[in-house]
Ligand binder design. Structure first.
Ligand code: PSU
Ligand code: MN
Length: 314
């Protein structure tokens, strides 16, 4: 009997021609997520951010591939009119690993989280992905069990994820413990301290440190040789530039306030992270958004350089 009987063929990806040509030609490509557009930032700053991030990746000689689900189709690489639509569409879903198939079957439109974007980037053959900050273990997780699906995805899917660390609205020490359990290397770029999204400092020493894109590419190659097909993700934590950061001591009060508000309002599930980011924007008078945009741009540049270093390896 055919072991795959009863199963349909694998899902088609709609890959933008420029992205497809770059992948076929062995050139550098950087995947980008889209929950940051649909749920992470307000319009029009989200659209400006998306355009600028794509331009930075091109400046560095790589091709950007923003990933999303539009009308039930997996899209890898979005033309500007689709970025524009996604940045202001009402009712866009927040799609994590558990939601993608549902969105395909129902013809829905949504932004893909870090977890979902990793999964789809891997299917498309893209090795490097830039985001703002990964999801992780929330404060109070010992009672709520709220841990992002980004963590197990990092444990199982081989993509180099360039972030500014776990989002500082999370319990960062618990997030790091979970990453260690899952076997995910956490490499801090050019610093001895793990960054905390809006801030360069977390008080936690860097688990691993590397100072060049080429060194990160060599680590990725060593991982592939060691683990073969059973290879999970690699997390790069890139501290926000000093001139754009909000120092940790200043953020601490705002973070505690937003977490207390979320608890008082009974915010749960998928709404937690978008609520906390929006609440920080209000509490900091918009400063948190300016820093968030700066750190995503910074991550996109590093991701493009890592992608270029990877394709240059023998
Ligand atoms: N980085 C940002 N802003 C965001 C996100 C990342 O600067 O909004 C998104 C990512 O898509 C990430 C998600 O996967 O937040 C985490 O959501 P959750 O905690 O529900 O897994
Ligand atoms: Mn959650």
């Amino acid at each position: 009997m055919n072991p795959s009987s009863g199963r349909a063929a694998r899902t088609d990806l709609v890959v933008d021609p420029e992205v497809a040509a770059a992948l076929a030609g062995g050139r550098a490509v950087v995947a980008l997520e889209s929950t940051i557009l649909t749920h992470g930032m307000p319009y029009p700053q989200n659209l400006q951010m998306a355009r600028r991030v794509e331009a930075i990746i091109r400046e560095e000689g790589a091709i950007p591939a923003t990933i999303a689900v539009l009308d039930g189709e997996i899209r890898v690489g979005l033309p500007d009119e689709d970025l524009e639509r996604l940045s202001q569409v009402a009712g866009a879903r927040k799609l994590s690993r558990a939601d993608i198939a549902f969105a395909l079957a129902q013809g829905l439109t949504g932004g893909t989280t870090v977890a979902a974007t990793m999964l789809l980037a891997r299917l498309a053959g893209i090795d490097v992905f830039a985001t703002g900050g990964i999801g992780g273990v929330h404060a109070g997780a010992e009672t709520t069990f709220d841990e992002s699906a980004d963590l197990p995805e990092l444990g199982r899917t081989d993509v180099v994820v360039v972030s500014a660390g776990p989002k500082a609205i999370l319990d960062i020490p618990k997030t790091l413990e979970r990453l260690e359990t899952l076997g995910v290397p956490v490499v801090v770029y050019d610093s001895d301290e793990l960054p905390a999204f809006w801030s360069r400092a977390s008080g936690i020493p860097a688990p691993l440190r590397l100072d060049s894109p080429a060194a990160i590419a060599r680590l990725e190659l060593a991982r592939r040789r060691l683990h073969g097909d059973d290879l999970g993700g690699l997390l790069v934590a890139n501290p926000v530039p000093a001139e754009a950061e909000i120092p940790a001591a200043e953020m601490a009060g705002f973070i505690a306030a937003a977490q207390a508000d979320a608890e008082a309002l009974g915010i749960s599930g998928k709404a937690v992270t978008p609520y906390l980011l929006q609440r920080e924007l209000e509490l900091t008078d918009g400063r948190s958004l300016v820093t968030n945009i700066a750190l995503v741009e910074h991550n996109a540049r590093l991701a493009a350089r890592i992608a270029a270093a990877l394709v240059a390896l023998p």
